[in-house]
Design a protein. Sequence first.
Length: 323
Amino acid sequence: MIPTPLQPDPATRELLAEIIAAGVPPMHTLTPEEARVGILASRANDIDPPPIARIEDRAIPGPAGDLPIRCYYPKQAIGQQALGGNGLPTLLYFHGGGFVIGDLDSHDILCRQFCELADVLVVSVDYRLAPEHHYPAAVEDALCSVDWIQEHHKEIGADPARLAVAGDSAGGTLAAVAAQHARDVGLALKAQLLLYPVVDLNGDYPSYQEHEHTYPLFKPVLAWFWSHYLGPNDNAASREQSWVSPIRAQHFADLAPAFVLTAGMDPLRDEGAAYAARLSEAGVESVYQCVMGTVHGFLRLGRVIPSARDTLVGAAHFLRQRL
């Protein structure tokens, strides 16, 4: 059977059956603190960590104090250090989690995989979360990290001329906004990887209706995320801002080449496709891929969803070609 947007592939079907049997509560019934514990517990579905050279945790000056980052160094870093070579090609990564959950640990495996598969330095950013910090805190932290890496690249061994941004889900929002910011300040990013991104909080797409009851982004879960994120400023006008909905930007020309990924059984599927189309219409190189038969967040489920590995290999290939 060939999976369609409404039919799970065998691995996804088995996963969803296990979740139902286990009685996992929908996220909107939890507090943010409980949901954060849950996303860390889901790391049991991670693959075994791939080999990389080393990891360094550090902090950079952020808009509201220290901003934690984690640097993942590829094997090529060892040779470059020995030879005194130039900086490493670098991927600035923003984790997903609806701006409410997720951190450096929850997305550690994805960063390790990109480091190994693309042979790049990955810098993961631990931006501020809601509801403790409402919008625009996360965006401010993301843009700060872009500016910092340009000015302080030597401190971490990055090559500012070979820089890309990436993010999954809410992190995809931040990556898209960061790419727009980079263009506007004259920084020529080499690529942007938008992995099942949130790009249009004011949209109304068929995939919303098709998958309003599909794990993990049930319709009330999406509302739970956005209510926490936007807080008292959750209104139609706020959702039109390009920092919230990157697809609402005034122009898309001259943005970095994009790899846009969606999942067939994801309510965010159609807005991701629309964003890729908007980039292409503006003359931006845009590769769009929809992985049918699986759900939002599948890249973090590599132990149980085989397509996760193959998809990451393709995304890493796109990145290596441009860095």
